[in-house]
Design a protein around this ligand. Structure first.
Ligand code: C5P
Length: 223
């Protein structure tokens, strides 16, 4: 099983940012490029998996052999994931999902007023990866953590709190890695251990991370 460690495996990923509408012409979003998620989708297909990629708005081509579902908001991403999660063996949450969305979406463009201040009320979005990990017969569930400090501590906390099988943490404050970069470095944690994947191109890193995921997935399904 060296070259195709994911043969026969159904693998779903989320990637990119979400857009949370304020009105017909405005939204709240973030700087996620989708590059890491798309690199993982490409690598997973190369390693033999049947890949479904649920993507927020990004400017990237769909990797060969990957089924892509385009969404905009966190609510739409959540719905697209849940619709097909039951048949997945592995789920990787790479998307930078907005934590909050405007409580109401104005039907018409919001107009400027005399006031110098404006308040937008936000409401919490569903946590997609936590909802997947809470399922009975859940897939092997991998999350990402983008942090600017105390990387390992925050990531370990997220692993436990969201009941993940693995988490890949990256320091988005470090130069040459993370958001929009073509390279990345990851600290990968699972309940009983950890490993460092040093700075590398995102496609090389994707192969290394998926090889590790395949190994841990097969470990938990051999017992
Ligand atoms: O808590 P935090 O947003 O930092 O967790 C990051 C991880 O959770 C990532 O894997 C991200 O894709 C996932 N996530 C999610 N749904 C959310 C928020 C985060 O799936 N609403």
């Amino acid at each position: 099983p060296q070259t195709q460690p994911l043969a026969g495996i159904k693998l779903m990923l989320t990637a990119g940012p979400t857009r949370e509408a304020l009105d017909p012409v405005r939204f709240i979003s973030n700087h996620s490029s989708g590059k890491m998620g798309f690199a993982l989708a490409h690598a997973a297909a190369r390693l033999g998996a049947e890949v479904t990629l649920v993507s927020g708005p990004v400017a990237l081509a769909t990797p060969t052999g990957v089924t892509r579902i385009d969404v905009e908001s966190a609510a739409q991403m959540h719905a697209a994931v849940m619709q097909d999660i039951a048949r997945q063996h592995i789920f990787i949450a790479c998307a930078a999902v907005a934590d909050y969305a405007p409580k109401t979406v104005a039907e018409h463009k919001i107009k400027k007023t005399q006031s110098d201040a404006m308040v937008i009320e936000l409401t919490k979005n569903p946590d997609i990866v936590a909802d997947v990990a809470a399922r009975e017969n859940k897939p092997f569930t991998v999350g990402f953590a983008a942090e600017t400090r105390d990387l390992e501590q925050y990531a370990r906390d997220k692993l436990n709190r969201k009941k993940l099988d693995m988490i890949a943490a990256n320091n988005v404050a470090a130069a040459g890695q993370g958001f929009n970069s073509d390279s990345n470095a990851l600290t990968v944690l699972w309940p009983t251990g950890k490993t460092e994947l040093p700075l590398a191109g995102k496609s090389e890193l994707a192969i290394l991370l998926l090889t590790l995921i395949a190994e841990k997935y097969h470990d938990t399904h051999r017992a």
